[in-house]
Write a new protein. Structure first.
Length: 78
């Protein structure tokens, strides 16, 4: 969250995306870092250019994890 969203480092997205991973979004299933960048990341930052995400909690067990986060930003459309 810090590196990709708060630092706006889109080059780091592939580092965190597993090759077999599927992310379920309102925009539909996303199966690659490039797809995430185009369908979620860029549109979200266009709509919320001052976005800041704060991680509240992380719970992990084995190879599964859940993150509770809070986002703050000004919606400018999109």
């Amino acid at each position: 969250f810090e590196e990709v969203w708060n630092a706006r480092n889109s080059d780091a997205i592939p580092k965190f995306a597993h090759a077999d991973g599927v992310s379920h979004h309102v925009a539909g299933d996303i199966t690659s870092a490039a797809e995430f960048l185009e369908r979620v990341y860029r549109p979200f930052l266009d709509a919320f250019p001052d976005l800041r995400i704060n991680v509240e909690d992380v719970l992990a067990s084995g190879d599964q994890a859940v993150v509770r986060w809070r986002a703050e930003g000004t919606h400018l459309g999109g």
